[in-house]
Write a protein of this length. Structure first.
Length: 332
């Protein structure tokens, strides 16, 4: 079962996280009792994935208040720059500081609850949309990185759509890109799919384009770290190549994300700050000591390659020119 997976909660005055670096070998929890411990956990990817970073950021403000660590809130907000949810979660909680600790904690609980609800809705809407795109059943899907229960309040976005389709008996196989450099796909997505009993095959990231173009994939579904106002979408490095291959193969490329990941203040992908991580993550263990590394954590897929974006407010056909802002005029 995955319904019990809560990667970030508030527990007895601490921010409790699942240590995602220990999976799949061990499901262990860490109780973080200082903002700097939380920042370190975020930066070493013990807690990762845009929506859950929003939850962690909001609980982090509660932690800062309870520990008298207000001065570290700005550093928490900036701990990972690409995922808009982190700064947004911190800002939501900070807006309640004048009302006191309990109000801040309530706001953090609301960030978590809203994400859980949004995931369920966007997953069902995304599944419905995908099924309008072709007649073939059951579906052969591809996903990249981890956009599952571990990356959200619970349930998942891209993997939420997969789980929804599986519940309808419509998934033949999921190709899981292993994901460089920390194997979020091979370690985390594969673990979630195995727990849910969903057939899957882990493949090298560099296999993805070939798997798609050779006709083995009906659709790709990925999450997002930040979606700009024009629909350009930042997600785990390697996502862009999948979108290009899908365009060539005329396979739908579906982005699944809550509207909390849409950043209307960022006009286009060029304005998205792409996190550059330590060179050592890509150099180890094989490169010679003289080599330098290049380690962007994300890439930006142009809106023209995003067939659709599923959110809790509805599906926007981005490649056809529907803007993310159109979602705000929809009924909830
Ligand atoms: O570096 P990570 O593991 O935090 O990157 C995560 C991703 O790119 C996810 O696809 C994205 O945050 C969406 S998670 C629902």
């Amino acid at each position: 079962m995955l319904d019990d997976i809560r990667p970030v909660t508030w527990h007895d005055g601490a921010v409790r996280i699942i240590d995602q670096t220990a999976l799949p070998a061990r499901l262990t929890y860490l109780d973080l009792t200082s903002v700097d411990d939380l920042i370190a956990a975020i930066q070493r990817l013990a807690v990762r994935g845009a929506p859950v970073l929003g939850v962690a950021g909001a609980y982090g403000v509660a932690l800062a208040l309870s520990r008298g660590e207000h001065a570290r809130i700005a550093a928490l907000r900036a701990a990972r720059p690409t995922a808009v949810n982190l700064a947004a979660g911190v800002d939501r909680a900070c807006a309640r500081i004048d009302e006191g600790f309990e109000a801040v904690l309530d706001e953090a609980h609301a960030v978590l609850d809203e994400d859980l609800t949004a995931n369920r809705t966007l997953s069902a809407l995304g599944a419905d949309w995908l099924l309008t795109q072709f007649d073939r059943r059951p579906l052969r899907l591809l996903t990249h990185c981890n956009a599952g229960a571990l990356a959200t309040g619970g349930w998942g976005t891209a993997l939420g759509v997969v789980r929804e389709l599986h519940a309808r008996g419509l998934v033949e196989v999921v190709y899981v890109d292993e994901t460089r450099p920390l194997l979020q796909g091979a370690r985390l997505t594969a673990w979630e799919l195995a727990r849910a009993g969903i057939p899957h095959r882990v493949q090298a990231d560099s296999a993805a384009a070939g798997t798609i173009i050779s006709g083995h994939v009906d659709a790709a579904i990925v999450g997002a770290d930040r979606i700009a106002a024009n629909g350009d979408t930042a997600n785990k490095v390697g996502t862009l190549g999948i979108a290009l291959a899908c365009a060539h193969a005329r396979a739908p490329f579906l982005v699944a994300a809550p509207t909390s990941t849409v950043d209307l203040d960022t006009p286009c992908g060029a304005a998205i700050h792409v996190e550059l991580r330590a060179e050592s993550e890509v150099l180890a263990p094989a490169a010679p000591a003289e080599s330098r590394g290049h380690n962007p954590a994300f890439d930006v897929t142009p809106a023209a390659l995003v067939s659709a974006l599923t959110t809790e407010r509805g599906v926007a056909r981005i490649a056809e020119g529907e803007l993310p802002s159109s979602l705000w005029s929809r009924a909830e």
